[in-house]
Design a protein around this ligand. Structure first.
Ligand code: S3P
Length: 429
């Protein structure tokens, strides 16, 4: 088992570029494979999750070249160009891969089986299986269809109007992908807007997707036209460095080329409400997505209340937001975030365990947590629970602790941020 020992920092300085956005990288491979023509992807994240998606599409007959300069070249075969895979498709740790592919594979003319690692096989799949079944999909899974492995017999699908009980881009995207193969229109309503990269990238590739307040809809039978894609830096990865720079006194960090999609930038709204100094400079657009450089300076943070529509806009950042809360003056309350319980691990329980070890007063709620800021964090030994974001959030906490923090089970950071530890070393001087 890999372990990291991290000590306090006396200021993070310099300029960094974080790796490409994980969600957009997945979609670039999926939609590039379905497009007619060749798609060059610049800034693709070579994390384990995304490499699972690449392997799955290669297994379905798509040629994907990795160019020496790091770009991907995807030789798309059109919406009906995928072939039956010879073996089980292994999605590794990636919820986005398994859920989006369930939607895509439901409308094919072949049989496929999807599985993943021990963490993914525990995560709920009923949220995509139920609406896909309403469209006519034939999917089986363990635990009455709730869990992977999933077996899918491709069938003709019918459009559906589905009111999702959860704000989930994976559910919405799975249905929009199935909708590409369905007769008629597929409409997904969600309680709050989740990330809209699927809608944006499909439109960028020439598909008509209607986004409206409360959901999105697509008509079946459309084609995707290949077009080069530039993947911006991942705001979810940048968040570790943003919060590290805010909480470590004497820091000033410039993070270049960060995706600023409003459905993802909730972490900035939260940190600014906590009194964090984060300036957006050089705002621009790349591949249908807004992008900026972020200048972050250490700031005295204060506790706030977080809930409602803001939660899906920052859903992956709560582990590290809980570290910001632990270093803030006063109390931070996070509510409406029950989804955290079904991520790569139960992130409410996992972060509460980390914070308690570091001497922070924390109370867990069914749908969130209450954190009282501490003057100083303690050192100690914590576990990532096999979750990349818990490992990296613990490392951020360690930068403000009075003695070293040992983080167990850290190889998982490779799923989304392969160079996290070296970048951390670089900026801490
Ligand atoms: C993702 C959607 C989110 C997010 C995940 C990536 C995506 O999951 O947590 O890391 O790429 O669509 P949910 O759709 O389950 O909220």
């Amino acid at each position: 088992m890999q372990t990291q020992i991290i000590e306090a920092s006396c200021g993070l300085k310099g300029e960094i570029v974080v790796p490409g956005d994980k969600s957009i990288s997945h979609r670039s491979v999926m939609f590039g494979s379905l497009a007619q023509g060749t798609t060059r992807v610049q800034g693709f994240l070579r994390g384990e999750d995304n490499l699972s998606t690449v392997a799955a599409f290669r297994a379905m007959g798509i040629q994907i070249d990795e160019l020496p300069e790091g770009d991907l070249l995807i030789h798309g075969k059109g919406v009906h160009g995928l072939q039956e895979p010879l073996d089980v498709l292994d999605c590794g740790n990636s919820g986005t891969t398994i859920r989006l592919m369930s939607g895509l594979l439901a409308g094919q003319t072949f049989f496929s089986v999807l599985t993943g690692d021990q963490y993914l096989r525990r995560r709920p799949m009923g949220r995509v299986m139920t609406p896909l079944s309403q469209m006519g999909a034939q999917i089986w899974g363990r635990q009455q269809g709730q869990c992977a492995p999933l077996a899918i017999v491709g069938k003709p699908l019918q459009g559906v109007e589905y009111h999702s009980p959860v704000a989930s881009a994976q559910v919405k995207s799975a249905l929009l992908l199935a909708g590409l193969y369905a007769d008629g229109t597929t409409t997904v309503y969600e309680p709050h807007l989740s990330r809209d990269h699927t809608e944006r990238m499909l439109r960028y590739l020439g598909v008509e997707v209607d986004s409206f307040d409360g959901g999105a809809s697509i008509c079946g039978g459309q084609r995707l036209t290949a077009r080069d894609i530039e993947v911006p830096g991942d705001i979810s990865s940048a968040a570790f460095f943003i919060i590290a720079a805010l909480i470590v006194p004497g820091s000033e960090l410039l993070i270049r080329n960060v995706g600023m999609n409003p459905t993802r930038s909730g972490v900035l709204d939260i940190l600014q409400a906590m009194n964090g100094q984060i300036e957006q400079v050089n705002c621009r657009e790349a591949g249908g997505e807004p992008v900026a450089d972020l200048l972050v300076k250490s700031s005295p943070l204060k506790g706030i209340e977080i809930g409602g529509a803001l939660v899906p806009r920052a859903i992956d950042e709560f582990p590290v937001i809980s570290i910001a809360a632990a270093c803030a003056e006063g109390r931070t309350t996070i509510r409406d975030a029950k989804e955290l319980r079904v991520k790569e691990t139960d992130r409410i329980a996992a972060m509460a365990a980390v914070l308690k070890t570091l001497g922070v007063a924390v109370e867990t709620l069914d749908d969130g947590m209450v954190i009282d800021g501490a003057e100083q964090l303690r050192g100690g030994t914590v576990s990532s629970c096999g979750d990349h974001r818990i490992a990296m959030s613990s490392a951020v906490a360690a930068l403000r602790s009075c003695s070293a923090v040992t983080i167990e089970d850290t190889a998982c950071t490779a799923t989304s941020f392969p160079n996290f530890w070296s970048l951390l070393q670089q900026v801490r001087g």
